[in-house]
Design a binder for this molecule. Structure first.
Ligand code: PLP
Length: 429
């Protein structure tokens, strides 16, 4: 039905009032009430593949939300969840085929990590990874990249220098620069790492682990420089530490070609963590490791093993299994490689003369456009939303535009994005 002009005004003023009400109630009652994107926060009411739709029916191309890995409201995922919810939802104290099948399928994506734990968030998976590392090595010291984010538990907040203020950081945490430092001077970088390791040993903490996100998102989005992880892993292992690949953002084929980001540097971590896209929005996360690590944890906890009430429940496992099915059936990892290459090429072509653009980086469907000033990045994010495209920002000073769409993003969407970003950055420069 077509609305007359006065009806249109009524509809939008009602929506505006409704939005303001949600906003003020949120600020009153939510702990993170003020943290939203955009000067006037968006009120999204529907998702459809790579599109998000607001309360006025405006459609936004979603180039930011990686959690909806196989597309917003994917009917195959919602059907899997509904079917299992209608049958049963319990926990891993009982036998169930789904969680075992999921563990087997995840293990088959790695070289030799064949034991899984299931949790509900990336933070929980990383927290457990560090518990395993500390139990196995009997050391406490951890090394992270200088602007990393790994989550929000008390322990993992310490390993998230992006958020944890330096003055709150405990002595068992040491940081080393992101891949940019390694690209600039490899031997100085490794020397710096050795010094941090020595510090941990001298202060009695020893080296329990190194943890890194395989696309280094909050350090500015970088492909793994050749031998970067290899050199760090070697140093950490030589001191008895274990290495953790955080694939919470980079995993499930997002970088194209391979299931996990670390596989690009031909290394094998001792522990692999995953989350965000794993259930396409359903909260499920996991950790893969070796049996000997698990035994160390059981020993350290006097035979009490790790239990997580919701982790690995049959409904979450059904959601994750359907995501794996869709990745395979729709060939989405190869698609991410092809569409990502195309998008990167088109971005480079369109933005080559733009003086604000410092560098275009990343891989597959995880790309970053570094600008010469964070104020321009913030402006671009807002302006792109007004043009109907949602992007994010990241990096040590938030100067990088973050492009990380659902894996169902196609060339036609890439063309629309490039067109809008060309106009946007042309107007900002
Ligand atoms: C690399 C990385 N690891 C871990 C996490 C924490 O995941 P969650 O928010 O599900 O706890 C995040 C979240 O942004 C992340 O980006």
């Amino acid at each position: 039905m077509k609305l007359r002009k006065s009806e249109h005004n009524l509809a939008s003023s009602f929506n505006r009032a409704e939005q303001m009400s949600i906003l003020s109630r949120r600020e009153k009652h939510l702990g993170n009430g003020q943290k939203y994107f955009y000067e006037k926060p968006l009120h999204i009411v529907k998702g459809e593949d790579v599109w998000l739709i607001d309360d006025r029916g405006k459609r936004f191309l979603d180039v930011y939300n990686n959690v909806a890995h196989v597309g917003h409201a994917n009917p195959r995922v919602t059907e899997a969840i509904t079917k299992q919810s209608n049958a049963l939802n319990t926990n891993t104290r009982y036998l169930h085929e789904n969680v075992v099948r999921l563990a087997e399928r995840l293990a088959a994506t790695t070289e030799d990590l064949n034991v899984a734990y299931f949790c509900c968030s990336g933070s929980e998976a990383n927290d457990l990874a560090v518990q395993l590392a500390k139990a196995h090595t009997k050391h406490q010291g951890c090394i992270v990249l200088s602007n990393a984010y790994h989550g929000n538990t008390t322990e993992i907040f310490q390993l998230s220098p992006e958020d944890c203020p330096k003055e709150h950081r405990k002595g068992w945490v040491k940081t080393i620069p992101g891949p940019k430092g390694f690209l600039e001077d490899q031997s100085a970088y490794i020397q710096g790492l050795k010094e941090e390791v020595e510090d941990l040993i001298d202060s009695g903490h020893g080296v329990a682990c190194f943890i890194a996100d395989s696309i280094f998102s909050s350090d500015g989005i970088y492909e793994i420089p050749k031998d970067f992880l290899k050199s760090i892993y070697q140093e950490i292992r030589s001191q008895g530490g274990v290495v953790i690949a955080d694939e919470v953002q980079s995993g499930f084929g997002r970088l194209g070609q391979q299931m996990w980001g670390y596989q690009d540097d031909a290394v094998v971590p001792d522990i692999l963590t995953m989350g965000k896209p794993m259930g396409n929005g359903h909260p499920v996360s996991a950790l893969l490791t070796h049996r000997e690590m698990v035994e160390s944890l059981d020993q350290a906890y006097n035979g009490n093993s790790y239990f997580n009430t919701f982790g690995g429940n049959p409904v979450s496992a059904a959601a994750a299994l359907s995501v794996l099915d869709i990745l395979e059936e729709d060939n989405l990892i190869e698609e991410a490689r092809q569409v990502g290459n195309y998008l990167k090429k088109q971005l480079k072509k369109t933005l080559e003369d733009n003086e604000s653009v410092v560098e275009i980086r990343g891989k597959g469907l995880f790309l970053g456009i570094e600008l010469d000033a964070p104020s321009k990045t913030a402006k671009a994010m807002e302006d792109m939303m007004n043009r109907g495209v949602l992007v994010g920002k990241t990096g040590p000073i938030n100067s990088v535009i973050k492009l990380r769409p659902p894996m169902t993003f196609k060339r036609e969407h890439a063309d629309l994005l490039v067109d809008k970003i060309g106009q946007c950055l042309g107007a900002i420069s």
